[in-house]
Design a protein around this ligand. Structure first.
Ligand SMILES: [Zn+2]
Ligand SMILES: [Zn+2]
Length: 352
């Protein structure tokens, strides 16, 4: 079968690879319908390896480069492994990308994104930019018959945005500022609004992303090249500062601005993947008793996202700006996202 395989930085190839074998005990084989290109796939392409194990096999999966990318996907089960009783061939699914040990301290507390052996499908083991992928049955979520596969492929990033909102947590009436109007920023925007946020302000430079932020209900969009963001956030919140800031960029410039944008005892959630260190004057945390919290992936938000896509409180369709074939993933996928960041939110890929 065909797959998009990461070999090294700037070296992702669409090549023939063997189809995954019969799924092992507790696993299923999925025929992939659609798989989204994630910011973290792009990070691996431009600046990797970040998550991808090179040389030393991953402690849980044994995975090591070269490996097949892709973790935001939907498809149907085509084969079930031994001991899988609650899923059957033909089931329509959107899998959680976290593969975990279920034995460590965090797993026993159900804090599985903090698993000491955490692995992501498509980053620490072969993923879904391929016709077929094997995943553990515990990662599966049922997709309703009337939900298109394209929409189901966006459940994963929507869950990332929702998790960041829940990590804060955003409460009814809160003013929220979100750094970044890409897929995760726009997902966090939607979840913050669904959580009852009063004003959600988005900070973004790219033209198309500003428009999408407005379309999805941002109260205001601030361009950091034209505004003093922290001052502007204060102006928009009656001089108080936002209750919550969510960083979805991963820039070394944004966290100090996010800190300056929130009120005393305000909360900054970092959901970006950072390539560089950020210098922070921690008196700006100590004196106003602010909090900084990390947010990685999700913690079971898939079912909630699927149900809120169903009742219209979340919108995946607006965020899909491109549908391409696996053969075109380099040119019309990765390179397109690198060169035309301004035009794109989510590009999804079909292996057919
Ligand atoms: Zn992702
Ligand atoms: Zn664990």
């Amino acid at each position: 079968m065909k797959a998009a395989v990461w070999y090294a930085q700037r070296d992702v190839r669409v090549v023939e690879v063997p189809e995954p074998p019969k799924p092992p005990k507790g696993w299923v084989k999925i025929k992939v319908e659609w798989c989204g290109i994630c910011g973290s796939d792009l990070h691996e392409y431009i600046a990797g390896p970040i998550f991808i194990p090179v040389g030393t096999p991953h402690p849980l999966t044994g995975g090591t480069a070269p490996l097949t990318l892709g973790h935001e996907f939907s498809g149907r089960i085509v084969e079930v492994g031994e001991g899988v009783t609650n899923w059957k061939t033909g089931d329509k699914v959107a899998p959680d990308a976290c593969q975990v040990c279920w034995e460590c301290y965090s797993c026993k507390r159900m804090d599985y994104p903090c698993c000491e052996k955490l692995a992501f499908t498509g980053l620490h083991t072969d993923g879904a930019f391929a016709e077929y992928v094997n995943v553990p049955a515990y990662t599966l979520y049922k997709v309703p018959d009337d939900m298109p596969f394209e929409i189901a492929a966006v459940v994963e990033p929507l869950a990332v945005g929702m998790h960041a909102v829940r990590r804060a947590p955003v409460m009814a009436g809160d003013n929220v500022v979100i750094f970044g109007g890409g897929t995760i920023g726009l997902s966090a925007l939607q979840s913050a609004k669904a959580a009852g946020a009063a004003k959600v302000i988005v900070v973004e430079m790219a033209k198309a992303r500003k428009d999408y932020a407005k379309k999805l209900g941002a109260y205001a969009v601030l361009d950091p090249t034209q505004n003093d963001v922290a001052a502007e956030v204060h102006k928009l919140t009656d001089g108080l500062g936002a209750d919550v800031a969510i960083e979805c960029v991963g820039s070394d410039k944004t966290v100090p601005v996010a800190l300056a944008s929130v009120r005393p005892r305000g909360i900054v959630v970092t959901a970006g993947v950072f390539e560089k260190d950020t210098p922070i004057q921690f008196n700006n945390v100590t004196f106003p008793e602010k909090e900084i919290k990390g947010s990685l992936g999700y913690n079971g938000e898939f079912a909630t996202v699927i149900s809120m896509l169903g009742d219209g409180r979340l919108d995946a369709k607006t965020m899909i700006t491109g549908k391409i074939k696996l053969d075109d993933i380099i040119g019309k996928g990765f390179e397109e996202l690198v060169n035309n960041k301004d035009k794109n939110i989510k590009i999804i890929v079909s292996p057919k």
